[in-house]
Design a protein around this ligand. Sequence first.
Ligand SMILES: [Zn+2]
Length: 274
Amino acid sequence: MDKLYFLTAGVPLKAGTKGYKRGFEIHDEMGLDGLELEFVHGVRISDKSQEDVKASDKVITAHAPFYVNLNAREEEKVEASVQRIIETANVTNELGGYSITFHAGFYMGNSKEETYAKIREQIKKITDELEKTGNKIWIRPETTGKATQWGDLKEIIKLSKEFEYVLPCVDFSHLHARYNGSHNTYDEFAQMLELIGKELGDVAINNFHAHLAGIDYSSKGEKRHLNLEESDMNYKDLLKAMKDFQVKGALVCESPNIESDCLLLKQYYATLLA
Ligand SMILES: [Zn+2]
């Protein structure tokens, strides 16, 4: 990617029920760069919406269904999860998308090592299948907001090293919540970006996919998303660090007010470049 793009998580609220076409017009009016397709309740998008997405010049990412657990005890649930991720990757690729993300799974009482091995095996199935069909979209496990969910930054970096088209989706708000308030200073953001660059190389910094929102949390981790100004999420220092590390790619705003915080982020970032 040539710069950092600011995306809304789904169609802007102001579009109401008018769909993607109106959503992209709002992006143009506000100066925003694209959106993440929210397949959270299933990989469904109407033919009309598909046409609108294909016709747009926006940056497109996708979020796979929440109902994914690559470490489920029942083999049929694991297989269904694999299929949901493949389906998300295929539909998004057909629509000209850049990257897809998903919550890979839960530890289910297993050790970190056992969980890693099981998830790795499933990611191999997914990437083998995508390779067969020539689909080279980025496949991204997301950093998660609770200690019961697989996916701290180190685990996702380790997995990314093993597969050509796997990179992290760094949800900075999830990490801030997962560790009950840390991961929220310039130095901590810089350390994370430095680690990603060191372990995965420039390709990861130049093809970033991040999530950001205000967030409420407890010692158990993530509770709910908030608007940025109602939360303690230190987005200003995060954007400073992203600028200093020359991060390029897609930053998806997941605040409840969607496009308002997305604009807030883009405008603050612009002041750093000025
Ligand atoms: Zn997510």
